[in-house]
Design a protein around this ligand. Structure first.
Ligand SMILES: NC(=O)c1ccc[n+]([C@@H]2O[C@H](COP(=O)([O-])OP(=O)(O)OC[C@H]3O[C@@H](n4cnc5c(N)ncnc54)[C@H](OP(=O)(O)O)[C@@H]3O)[C@@H](O)[C@H]2O)c1
Length: 169
């Protein structure tokens, strides 16, 4: 019997809920990237087209940024189809319908700002990294005050102090 996957969101933000500046994440915290990898490997990730293209820049040689994950990219301008193992969807709702078909366990809405703000009403669980400080940012995570923290772990890496938190509705 097929069960519905959990719909989760995963994001790293500063104390102002800033998540990006000029298309990039304002910090580089290896442990956070490893957490993303650990949580999402083998599962399904949903990205907005801009975040997907910025990831392509990092992974230019392979031509496919997330090889161990089922990837859905949301775009109004690129038609829904499958290319190079990437699924395209014309809205977050279409992405979630597709995700429920291909993912039995957990779907991670993974940014950026537009996709987080449209997707948060569908999220049951949040995995957040809160980086201490206020960074220059032009992209923000939406208000998530109706979620409650169920797990919290304090961390540090080089000059950064941060915490990993998990929240549910
Ligand atoms: N810190 C973090 O955890 C984290 C994670 C991810 C991203 N980021 C940051 O977030 C920033 C990018 O965020 P962003 O808001 O500019 O872009 P984005 O959400 O990644 O992508 C926006 C694009 O998604 C598509 N889209 C949005 N809403 C749609 C809808 N309802 N239906 C169909 N397509 C839709 C459009 O693509 P088309 O233009 O193709 O139609 C739109 O241009 C960057 O700075 C990045 O580094 C941070």
């Amino acid at each position: 019997m097929k069960t519905n996957p959990i719909i989760s969101m995963i994001a790293a933000m500063d104390e102002n809920r800033g998540i990006g500046y000029q298309g990039r994440i304002p910090w580089h915290i290896r442990e956070d990237l490893l957490r993303f990898k650990h949580l999402t490997t083998g599962k399904t990730v949903i990205f907005g087209r801009k975040t997907y293209e910025s990831l392509l820049g990092y992974y230019q040689r392979s031509g496919r940024p997330m090889p161990e994950r089922k990837t859905i990219v949301v775009s109004r301008t690129i038609g829904s189809n499958e290319t190079h193992g990437i699924h395209w969807a014309n809205s977050i709702e279409e992405a979630l319908v597709l995700a429920r078909k291909i993912e039995p366990e957990e779907v991670f809405i993974s940014g950026g700002a537009q996709i987080f703000s449209q997707g948060i009403k569908y999220a049951e669980k949040l995995y957040l990294t809160i980086v201490k400080g206020k960074f220059q940012a032009d992209a923000f995570f939406p208000d998530y005050s109706d979620f409650k923290v169920i797990k919290e772990e304090k961390k540090s890496y080089e000059k950064y102090f941060f915490k990993f938190i998990e929240l549910i509705k």
